[in-house]
Design a protein. Structure first.
Length: 418
């Protein structure tokens, strides 16, 4: 669950000291891969670990203030440190008297790899090469390279070999070690479509169509094309078809034609690089939301062409709230899970405007904030339930006391002959 609970605590553990070489490895080899936020978080946790015994832990909100990060930035930075092996995260839940969940974390810091281990690790060295390129990669390799000192002439190596001293226990008669491919698979996502106005002008000029006709509607045209991602040839053709002989362009007809252009089947698209989140379930969702336009996503959900009112709803999120396609997909996915795949416009509006008030930046950010709100809502619900239970118990106890009091009065009256 990718959330950072409010008022959650963390305890930092660090059982090593960074040497000068470690600092250089972090700056020259790890930083190009994990970037500045993750590097800043690592060094902050490393130094604040010395205060941990005195303070007994830290509130996450204090760490966010110190680092100048929001929750999403912190989670992304921490995830990078986890994935590259610089930190291990342990989580424990405890309930207070009001049945609210209190989350406590342990951050176990790990030292960076030595230069030798880094360049011998196919995953690490491939990631570095992707980030800095071949030229700088080999420069860094040579920077950390240690030349063997030459021995004086006449010396002969008489070191006893490993096999003459130790005998490994080989099970099943063989020793099998898993090997990695020489090339690391890239984790790629489809980036948000950026409509090229300059390219459209050029194509319209070739078609002898005056761009001035389109100027009053160009923002709507761009938004529609960014949402449905048609080819430039289709856009030009539909623009011309929806312009009459008097030079009047019909924007609503253009939108309808763009909507109807899509054939809802499996679409293979060229992917471009974006944030590397690994291969977990969360990453797969982000990949799906980045890889599909909202109309494609709706087509996959319903196995049919989306209705016009559905398309107008996603257009509204695009135009009124400025949401990118991945964020719109997150909103739709969240609402479908809450309403059993019902396209409830009012509920979708509510979720969309809530996210807009939280200034979400991308699909990962939207998912994180929706999960956080769900967690907080469950806490409030649990607290109310606990209060109702407590009130019911107090009421029952009061009724029992009343019954006991009446019984005592009856017994006393009988004893007095009343």
């Amino acid at each position: 669950m990718k959330i950072l609970e409010k008022n959650s605590y963390c305890s930092i553990r660090q059982r090593f000291a960074l040497s000068q070489t470690d600092h250089e490895v972090m700056s020259f080899l790890y930083l190009p891969v994990i970037k500045s936020d993750a590097s800043s978080l690592y060094y902050a946790l490393y130094h604040y670990a010395s205060l941990n015994p005195l303070l007994g832990g830290f509130v996450h909100e204090d760490l966010l203030d110190i680092l100048g990060m929001n929750e999403t930035d912190f989670m992304l930075a921490r995830t990078k440190l986890e994935g590259i092996g610089l930190i291990e995260v342990y989580r424990k839940e405890e309930r207070d008297s009001s049945s609210q969940v209190k989350a406590n974390y342990i951050y176990q810091l790990l030292p960076p790899a030595s230069p030798k281990k880094f360049f011998n690790d196919i995953l690490l060295r491939t990631l570095l090469n992707e980030q800095v390129g071949n030229k700088r990669y080999y420069f860094l390799f040579n920077y950390f390279k240690v030349d063997d000192p030459k021995l004086e002439e006449g010396y002969i190596n008489t070191t006893t070999p490993f096999k003459d001293v130790f005998t490994p226990v080989v099970k099943d008669g063989s020793l099998s070690l898993e090997s990695f491919d020489t090339k690391l698979e890239d984790k790629t996502y489809k980036s948000q479509c950026q409509f090229d106005r300059k390219e459209l002008k050029q194509h319209l000029k070739v078609a002898q169509y005056s761009f001035d006709i389109l100027k009053p509607y160009i923002k709507e045209v761009e938004a529609t094309c960014a949402l449905y991602d048609p080819s430039i040839e289709d856009v030009v053709s539909i623009i011309i078809d929806n312009t009459d002989s008097d030079g009047i362009f019909y924007i609503e007809r253009f939108k309808d034609d763009i909507r109807n252009l899509r054939q809802f089947a499996t679409v293979n698209r060229k992917n471009t690089k974006t944030e590397n989140l690994g291969h977990g379930e969360y990453a797969k969702l982000v990949e799906k939301f980045n890889a599909l336009t909202p109309d494609e996503y709706l087509g996959l959900i319903y196995n049919a062409k989306p209705a016009t009112f559905m398309l107008k709803e996603i257009e509204k999120m695009k135009s009124d709230l400025g949401f990118t396609n991945p964020i719109i997909n997150v909103v739709l996915d969240y609402c479908f899970r809450k309403t059993n795949n019902e396209f409830n416009v009012n509920y979708i509006d509510k979720v969309a405007y809530t996210l807009s008030s939280l200034d979400v930046e991308d699909a990962y950010d939207a998912m994180t904030k929706l999960n956080s709100r769900d967690f907080e809502a469950s806490q409030v619900s649990r607290k109310r339930s606990s209060r109702r239970t407590k009130v019911a118990e107090e009421k029952e106890e009061t009724e029992e006391k009343k019954t006991d009091t009446l019984s005592e009065l009856d017994a006393l009256s009988e004893a007095l002959g009343l």
